[in-house]
Design a protein around this ligand. Sequence first.
Ligand SMILES: [Zn+2]
Length: 126
Amino acid sequence: MVKFCLQCKNTFWGGLHCPKCEGEILLLDMAEEENRKYLPELNIDVRPKYFARSSMLLTCFGFIMALPLGAFVFLSGLSNSGNVELWASLGITTIIGVSWGSWIASQKIFNKQMESVDNKKELQLD
Ligand SMILES: [Zn+2]
């Protein structure tokens, strides 16, 4: 859960009161709709974190799907003809192609999304 302090404009992982400010300043939950209006005022831009997460998921998905897809190409090719070398190389090409393609695609999507992020703010990437 990401929370933020309206006084010092910092973000924190959970907690009830701001650890940086004097006194007991209540932290606001970033996920709540009514607190979203404060997000542009914060020192930290959290959008890169969500962009990075979605492109990471895409890359992961591509790498996971590449193996069964390559195996499928290999096996279905083998059942139609006995050319092991041809279908093995096609299967491996499929695995490499899909993994590499999803990696490049997620990188492109991430860069595209990052264009809308203001560079003057500190980016929260962890
Ligand atoms: Zn604070």
